[in-house]
Design a protein around this ligand. Structure first.
Ligand SMILES: [Zn+2]
Ligand SMILES: [Zn+2]
Length: 99
């Protein structure tokens, strides 16, 4: 169906944004399903405002603190290394997150 009227199309200047940027390159570690960056699926008692997080097709949600946003390309497709640094799965940028 035609979808020409998406009101909030936030396109970066030179980066084509596709649905692919919302899919995590690492599968769900519980069930192995693909994980999709989803709005308003994460909350806890200390922070009742629902936040975006990776959620798999079967409803498992990853703590967004484990997938901080890459400072270089802006995706949350990141993994923590044994050293404590995070590495972006898209652009391989290494970065740390202040605790
Ligand atoms: Zn899962
Ligand atoms: Zn990146």
């Amino acid at each position: 169906m035609p979808s020409d009227d998406s009101p909030q199309q936030n396109r970066a200047m030179s980066q084509p944004i596709t649905d692919n940027t919302l899919i995590r390159s690492v599968a769900c570690d519980v069930c192995g399903a693909r994980m999709l960056w989803t709005q308003s699926v994460w909350s806890d008692e200390a922070d009742p405002i629902a936040r975006a997080a990776y959620r798999c097709d079967n409803g498992h949600v990853v703590d967004p603190a484990q997938t901080p946003q890459c400072p270089n390309c802006g995706v949350h497709d990141t993994v923590q290394l044994a050293s404590g640094e995070f590495k972006c799965s898209r652009c391989s940028t290494l970065f740390t997150v202040p605790r």
